[in-house]
Ligand binder design. Structure first.
Ligand SMILES: [Zn+2]
Length: 264
């Protein structure tokens, strides 16, 4: 089982002040996993339709996050560059349904899309506050949703639910969004990768004390739907990193240093 680390969007948040307030560049860290039954994508970044029509992402988002939107960075282009076809992607597991994570869904219309039920409900029935983050246009093709519900298993002390067999698990990590989760992928060489999505934004947040740039700290509070729960889950991730770093490699969606270390 080979795992490829893909960056499916490069973003330049406004007001970074040379990296002092926020990172000068952020990535959208996705995984492409070669499994016996087909290819699995974990998150999708922006897709070809977002690149063709950036306006659909909304002016406020583009003004604050400033995505580059290059066709070559789409998951589809990178899947094809590895010699595969879109139809080879049989499954997609999503950390959550924010617009910078699901833009590529329509490029893989035949894939089963694994999502935590609470998150799909949030996207389908958003509150006024949630409306801007979930774009119906990105799922207008009608994804083949596979809902995963209240977990029955545990994984390193976290709740977990199997998405695919015993090697792809959803780990509920709510707070950033209603049904946000991590995606744990078993590595062929032993141990696990944990894609922690947007449960934290900066590699230092795995350490004690966390020291993210102030802009990222504020951004996370503004974007969180339940900041108490978000902070508690971040603390649990720190504990996991402290006690099990040899068994579990944790990374988040948007940290460029973590992406460089794992993709290099
Ligand atoms: Zn994100």
């Amino acid at each position: 089982m080979t795992v490829h680390h893909l960056n499916c969007a490069t973003m330049h948040p406004v007001g970074s002040f040379g990296g002092r307030v926020a990172p000068a560049a952020m990535v959208a860290h996705c995984l492409l996993v070669e499994r016996a039954g087909g290819l699995l994508l974990v998150d999708t970044g922006f897709g070809t339709a977002d690149v063709a029509d950036p306006k659909r992402l909304g002016q406020p988002f583009r003004a604050i996050v400033r995505p580059e939107l290059r066709q070559s960075e789409t998951a589809l282009a990178q899947v094809q560059a590895l010699g595969y076809d879109a139809a080879d992607v049989t499954d997609i597991a999503l950390t959550h349904l924010d617009l910078d994570h699901v833009g590529g869904l329509a490029d893989f219309p035949h894939a089963r899309v694994h999502v935590f039920t609470d998150e799909l409900e949030a996207a389908l029935h958003p509150t006024f506050q949630e409306k801007a983050r979930y774009l119906p246009v990105q799922r207008a093709h009608g994804p083949d949703w596979v809902r995963h519900d209240v977990p029955g298993d545990t994984w390193f002390g976290f709740d977990s639910v199997s998405a695919l067999a015993d090697d792809v698990l959803l780990i509920p990590l709510q707070g950033h969004t209603r049904g946000h989760c991590g995606v744990a992928v078993r590595r062929a060489e032993g141990g696990w990768l944990l894609h922690a999505g947007d449960s934290y934004f900066h590699s230092s947040e795995k350490l004690t004390p966390p020291a993210p740039p102030v802009g990222l700290r504020v951004f996370q509070v503004l974007m969180g739907v339940d900041n108490k729960r978000r902070r508690a889950n971040q603390e649990r991730l720190r504990e996991l990193h402290r006690s099990h770093s040899e068994d579990v490699t944790i990374f988040c969606a948007h940290d460029g240093d973590e992406f460089a270390a794992l993709s290099g």
